[in-house]
Design a protein around this ligand. Structure first.
Ligand code: BGC
Length: 269
């Protein structure tokens, strides 16, 4: 892969598994130094495995434990990364989780955890990233932009999802967070965009693909007739992080094999 992100430093939240792992590896192949964030002590081994595979292919990477929903931990992570690597160029706001329940049975704890990680976590990390981008400003030896933020959202920022009101609400809110930041900081040369994945083969949605019945049922929602892979998302993250996309800001890019064409309408309506 062409090294379009050479000399740039990227923090990937939730980089130890799933889509975050795929993005971490793709950014590293494009030349970025990747901070593979993970939330707790028990995810350290998984994060270290991602780091090891990046280093094995000649890339630069470290792991960093931080719960993105905790303000003090996020502030410390950005301070430590700036102290060690000089700055941060790219934030991939990826960490997210699901706690599914029928709405009338959803507990406040299920609601709160999803909002805390998926939405407040993206707020806290974006705020620290923007402070650093404003401090450094544009350095054309690195990039035409002062910094890039990529929110990992979902097709569920526009597709309502019964049984997942907390998750869909968090993703709908990310759309407004992203667009507002793009509007507020465009003049500072900070680009802010969202990637909106459909069904990607990761641990978060194992029961949507791990039996033939589940997989076939999933395919009724996907015109392109395959599940997505973390690498599909990684390729888009490299493009949105690089100067190839310098005129793109404030955009939600759907990467879903056509899920948002509402396949179920192909024979009805
Ligand atoms: C969810 C997955 C789901 C996909 C498509 C994603 O945002 O995390 O569980 O398979 O959307 O519905």
């Amino acid at each position: 892969m062409e090294k379009k992100l050479i000399n740039q430093v990227a923090i990937v939240t939730g980089g130890s598994s799933g889509i975050g792992e795929g993005i971490s590896k793709s950014l590293a192949l494009a030349g970025a130094t990747v901070i593979v964030n993970h939330p707790v002590a028990t995810t350290k081994d998984a994060a270290e495995a991602v780091v090891a595979s990046i280093v094995a292919t000649g890339g630069k990477s470290i792991s960093y434990q931080c719960d993105v929903s905790k303000e003090d931990q996020v502030i410390k992570m950005f301070a430590d990364v700036v102290a060690q690597f000089g700055t941060v160029d790219i934030l991939i706001n990826n960490a997210g989780l699901q706690r599914d329940a029928k709405f009338h049975e959803m507990t406040l704890a299920q609601w709160q955890l999803v909002i805390d990680v998926n939405l407040t976590g993206q707020f806290l990390c974006a705020r620290e990233a923007i402070k650093e981008f404003l401090r450094r400003g544009v350095d054309e030896t690195r990039s035409q932009a002062a910094g890039k933020i990529i929110h990992v959202s979902s097709v569920h920022e526009i597709i309502p999802w019964a049984g997942h009101a907390n998750y869909a609400s968090s993703k709908g809110a990310i759309r407004m967070l992203m667009q507002t930041l793009a509007q507020e900081y465009g003049r500072n040369k900070i680009r802010v965009n969202s990637i909106c994945p459909g069904a990607i083969q990761t641990p978060i949605n194992t029961n949507a693909w791990n039996t033939p019945e589940a997989y076939n049922s999933l395919m009724t929602l996907i015109p392109y007739n395959r599940i997505g892979q973390p690498k599909d998302i990684g390729n888009l993250a490299v493009f949105l992080s690089s100067d190839d996309s310098d005129y793109i800001t404030g955009a939600s890019i759907f990467i879903d094999g056509g899920m948002t064409t509402f396949e179920s309408f192909s024979t009805g309506g």
